[in-house]
Design a protein around this ligand. Sequence first.
Ligand code: ZN
Length: 395
Amino acid sequence: MAGSGFRLGRLFGIKINIDWSWLFIFLLVTWNLTTVFSNIHPEWGLALNIGVALVASILFFASVLAHELAHSLMAIAQGVPVRSITLFLFGGVSNIEREPPSPRAEFLITIVGPLTSIVLGLIFIFLSGFAIPTVAGAVDNPAGALANLNPITTLFLWLGPINILLGVFNLVPGFPLDGGRVLRSVLWAATDNLRTATRWASYVGQAIAWLMIIGGIAMVFGAEIPLFGTGLVSGLWLAFIGWFLNNASVQSYRQVIVQDLLEDLPVSAIMRRNPPTISPDASISDLVHDSVMGSDDHAFPVLDNGRLVGLVCLHDVRGVDRARWDSTRVAEIMTPRESLVTATPDEESDDALNKLQQGDHRQLPVLQQEQLVGLLRRRDIMRWLQLQSGDDGQF
Ligand SMILES: [Zn+2]
C-alpha cells in the first residue's frame, strides 16, 4: 500500500490515512446494504434506505478504526511508537514501527483489537435489545419480524453481528492476522526466539491462506463451504483474501529475518569507506565531469575543509538547466547538513535501515564526532543481505 490515498486527520496523535481502495469497498458495502434494506423495507423508500445504508457503512468503518486504535494505543502504552493507521480494501492496518519488546507486549497489543470488535458487537446488539420482543414474538414469521423493525434497530442489528464476525475472523491464527500474532507471542514465549516463532506462525499463516485460496476456487466451481457459502463472487473474494494473506505472511517473515541479520551488525562493517566527496564551491560541471561520470555513485558528501556541510545527489543535478551548470555551485543545490539524516559507525545496521526506509533515503552519511567516515547506501545493505541469506535477495 504505497501511500496512495488521503489523510483523514489525527486521533491521539496518530495519523489516520485512507487508501483509495477503501472508497471502493465503502461504496460496495453501502450499495449492498441499500439492496438488502430495500428488499426488507420497500415502504421506507429509496432515499431512507440509502441513508440507513450510508450510516451503517460509516459506523462499520468507525468500528474498524476503533479496532485499529485499540492496537495502536496499547502499542504506545507498551513503549512501541505508532506512525499511522491506514484503512484500505481489507479493513485497517496499524503501522507499528518495530516488533514488540516481549511476548507479553505482543499478546496485549494484539488481543485488544479483536476484543474491541467483539465488545462493540455486543454493545450494538444490546442497543437493538428493545426490538427483541418483536423478533421473539414472530418466530414463526422471521421475515415479518425484520420488516417490523425501525431504521435504527435495523442498523444496530446489522452492526452487532458484523463486529463480532470481524473480531472472530481476525482471531484466525494466520500470521500476520491478529490470531497469528497471538500464536506467535505464545511460540515466542515458549521458544524464547522471535525468529523461530515468526517462522512457525508464518508457516501456519501460509497454510491457512492456501486453504482460503483452494476453498475460494472450489466455491467458484459450485462447492458449498460452511460459513462462506458458494458462488463466483464470494469464491473469488475468499481466494483474493487468501492470496493477500499469503503475501503478507511471507513478507512479514522476511522482515523479521532482515531485522535478525542486521541486528548486532555495526554500520562500519558494511558502509562504503572513503566515498568520493566534493567541495561546496565546485560548479555542477566539475561535479558531473570529475565525480559523476566514470563512477556508479549517486550521492556525494560535500566537505568544506574536512567538515560535512551537505550531500549532493544526481537528482539535485537533474533539477538544474544544463546551461547553468558552469555558473551554479554545488552549495546552491545540495541538501544542507542540518536537513541530513546520518548514522554513526557503531550504530546497529537494522536501526540504520529503519532510518533509510522511514525517510525514503538512498544513503546516510556516517559520522563520528562530525567527521565523515563513510556512506551507508541502501544497496550496501541489500548486497550484504544477499550474501547472508543465500537466496535471490528479494527483500
Ligand atoms: Zn487487528
